[in-house]
Design a protein around this ligand. Structure first.
Ligand code: TXA
Ligand code: MG
Length: 342
């Protein structure tokens, strides 16, 4: 199939593709998504094929405004409305009890569904024009880093989807925060564009699921099924180095071999002559690191590096999401350099 490239003047055409059961690359403020009508089981099935995604990994439903929640969810707690009021449209997904009309293929048979109202204007325009909730995982081949530009998505999906709507580079760069509101206390399943601190400012205490910061043990079942798969990984193995930025940089400078890849904060980029260096952004600015992390991981695949070293931010604010993506890319192969808090 030829994948058509659409721009902002072609929203109606993009919406028609969704309504006809096609697959559409969709820009969001987090990463590009691989969208299909969330009410069309066959179309949703084709998402899994195009990505090579395991069938037991559920999809998020994207809606253009919070008042669509009641159509697809039941038993919605007050906390969901409080979060929607504060952070929607925006990079937050809430796990809620599903209504019966949500197809099983979307939720992988779970009795819950992830709901998100994205902040990208083209994304909301196309969903509203299609008049259906859009099921969309990130637009990468399963296991690869998520795409943050239309070009990156086409590297994985050219010829596998009907069209892609080009909405420019994604503003956030890592996926949405996922919070599960179906239990006794709210639980953070995936850190993302809305920080833990922001969630707690509305909800009070939020439990951080163990899968956010640790490798799952053999046979353990994660609450977000997707957390069990190797993820975001470039072809070369990644070693994450934590600690104060100056110390993690010194550690990598001492241990990297000529020809290795290094993913570092801008301030230390000069310390690795002979290595293939990708910059994450300033050590002081995790938002900037979030925008760069996936593109940098992808670019290593176009090089001959056989090992990659990555500096890792502290876990405050957006640092938690950046650290989570790096740790997953490294299969939780993490080294702590130096003194102070890791
Ligand atoms: O920012 C984002 O959320 C992007 C853009 C395209 O919106 N989407 C995205 O989707 O990251 P995906 O499928 O790549 O990641 C969704 C994650 C998976 O780990 C999945 O297992 C989890 O959400 N998930 C989906 N529905 C769930 C549910 N009902 N309960 C628990 N986890 C769920
Ligand atoms: Mg994904």
């Amino acid at each position: 199939m030829d994948t058509i490239r659409l721009d902002e003047s072609q929203i109606a055409q993009a919406a028609a593709i969704l309504r006809a059961g096609g697959l559409l690359g969709i820009p969001t403020e987090t990463v590009y998504g691989l969208g299909a009508s969330g009410l069309d089981s066959e179309a949703v099935g084709r998402i899994f094929q195009a990505k090579g995604r395991p069938q037991d990994n559920p999809l998020i439903l994207h809606i253009p405004s919070a008042d669509w929640l009641e159509k697809y969810c039941k038993g919605i707690p007050p906390a969901a409305y409080a979060l929607a009021e504060r952070f929607w449209p925006g990079p937050l997904t809430m796990v809620l009890r599903r209504a019966e009309m949500v197809p099983d293929v979307v939720t992988a048979g779970l009795d819950t569904v992830g709901m998100r109202c994205p902040a990208h204007s083209l994304c909301r325009a196309v969903i509203a024009a299609a008049g259906v909730p859009v099921a969309a995982p990130s637009g990468n081949t399963s296991g690869r880093p998520s795409p943050t530009t239309a070009e990156e998505m086409l590297q994985d999906m050219d010829g596998k989807i009907d069209a892609i709507l080009d909405g420019g580079p994604c503003a956030v760069g890592v996926e949405s925060t996922i919070v599960d509101l179906t239990g006794e206390t709210p639980r953070l399943l995936r850190p993302g564009g809305i920080t833990l601190e922001q969630l707690e400012s509305v909800l009070g205490h939020v439990t951080v699921d163990a899968a956010v910061t640790e490798q799952l043990k053999e046979g353990e079942r994660p609450r977000a099924p997707g957390m069990k798969y190797r993820h975001y990984a470039p072809k070369a193995p990644v070693t994450v180095v934590t600690g104060e930025p100056a110390q993690s940089a010194a550690y990598i400078a001492a241990h990297a071999c000529a020809g290795d890849g290094v993913l570092c904060f801008d301030e230390y980029a000069h310390l690795f002559p002979g290595c293939t260096v990708e910059r994450l952004g300033s050590a002081e600015r995790p938002e900037e690191q979030a925008r760069h992390v996936f593109g940098a991981l992808r670019r290593f695949d176009g090089t001959a590096v056989s090992a990659i070293w990555a500096q890792c931010p502290h876990s405050e604010g957006m640092g938690l999401a950046v650290a989570n993506r790096l740790n997953k890319a490294a299969g939780f192969h993490i080294i702590y350099a130096g003194e102070g808090e890791a």
